[in-house]
Design a protein around this ligand. Structure first.
Ligand code: ZN
Length: 196
């Protein structure tokens, strides 16, 4: 942040009792100015062993492929936001209650929090919306790995294919900084038969 979003004045680091905080301060408005993380909602939609991908029609990364998703809007629940993005980007209309919590993550270096849901559909019907050039369901082998918009989150997508193949879904938490990516299971999901 360089300028106050309300008055446009230059912001300065907020100093409290001689200690510099991790946010800004507008001297003209006399209030702290925070850069809260943006919340990104996504949904992995499976048809059989294939996942829904969309080809972006927006900058940045126009022409590259991603799992459908976008920024949560004010007044939406997480699942409502993910369902809206699915419809806007791929024409897939699912009621928010059909989406199941799947992954949460923090991407510290771009100041984002993401929440991913999963859902399955019987039909692979989809239709690119204004925000996408194309969309489609791809198997792990056929998906456009060399044209991925956000390779930073490829591990999450690989995990989704792994879970699809196992037929068992856990709940995952990812922590991503510029130097490190950790994806760990919060809940392993139902155990495979025969496992104690
Ligand atoms: Zn201001």
């Amino acid at each position: 942040m360089s300028y106050c979003p309300d008055c446009g004045a230059t912001v300065v680091p907020h100093v409290v009792a001689g200690e510099q905080r991790k946010h800004w301060f507008c001297n003209r408005c006399g209030v702290p100015r925070h850069e809260h993380p943006m919340v990104v909602v996504t949904c992995f939609v499976a048809c059989g062993k294939r996942l829904l991908w969309v080809q972006r029609n927006l900058e940045p990364k126009r022409g590259l492929w991603a799992i459908p998703g976008g920024y949560l809007e004010g007044g939406e629940t997480l699942a409502q936001g993910a369902a809206r993005e699915l419809y806007e980007e791929a024409g897939v209309r699912l009621p928010p209650q059909r989406l199941q919590l799947y992954m949460t993550g923090t991407i510290t270096f771009i100041n984002q929090v993401y929440v991913a849901f999963r859902a399955s559909v019987d039909s692979d019907d989809c239709q690119p919306g204004v925000e996408s050039l194309a969309c489609g369901f791809f198997s792990r082998r056929d998906c456009p790995w060399d044209q991925v918009a956000y390779p930073e989150v490829n591990d999450s997508i690989i995990q989704a294919y792994d879970d699809l193949e196992r037929g068992t879904f856990g709940v995952w938490q990812a922590e991503m900084s510029a130097s490190r990516y950790v994806l760990r299971a919060v809940d392993q999901g139902p155990q495979a038969p025969g496992v104690c």
